[in-house]
Design a protein. Sequence first.
Length: 261
Amino acid sequence: MNEVIESLLVKINNHEKITNSVLGKTSVWKNNHYEILSQIINDTLGIKITQKTDIFYTLGNSVSSVTLKRLYKNQIKPSAYNDLRFTKTLDKLCIFLDYANLNHFISETKISVTEQEKMLKHEESDLMKYLKAIVDELCEIEFTALRDLSNKNLSEFDKVLVENTPYIEKVKVYRENLHQMGAVFLEKLSNYEVYNYKMIYAEENNIVLETEEFWNINFKTPTGIFPFHKRATQTYYLKNQKGKLKIWDNYNPDIGEVLSI
């Protein structure tokens, strides 16, 4: 989709109504320049898409300066590519350029829909790789934190958790409860597995990821072996902090039992 949008914006920039305006003489655009661009495009759309016609009721005949700025600044969220409203915006820009719609533009500029889909899947794949990696790292840090319950230093969690996360408070509670029990982690008898990663929701600053997890944890206590064996679906909530996605919290259906240890 990025290739499609880039080609579309290049053609808009080279349109005679743009090159003959103040925009064609300005290398760095500010907010007022996007307002001028919006006005130029909307004036043409007003002529090509007249009111009370089928296409007017389907698309409308205007594109806001805010939307145009997001396109030019490459600030469109990947989730928008499947949004009908976003597609309609691209349709209107194509009509401004004298194409019938986005599909006509793609076919005429030899940008295949297949390639467009490949690009989108590639972006999603890169995001999923990151999400898997950060959840895997969190689980490994948590597993490691069980080795020495007397160690109060949990700074390793800062690598993957946002600041002031409620997640770390839950970790402190169950580790302290285990410590009070005199529990000693039996690493050779303990393991965990994370699988079936599934993205539930995604936007620029918030992501929800679902996983299947099996935790087989065993401790030695003064009264014998204390086991915790659970298989469950867990949900992770990630937020963008200082330009980096980190985990804010998670929903574990067994959290009540974990905290009451």
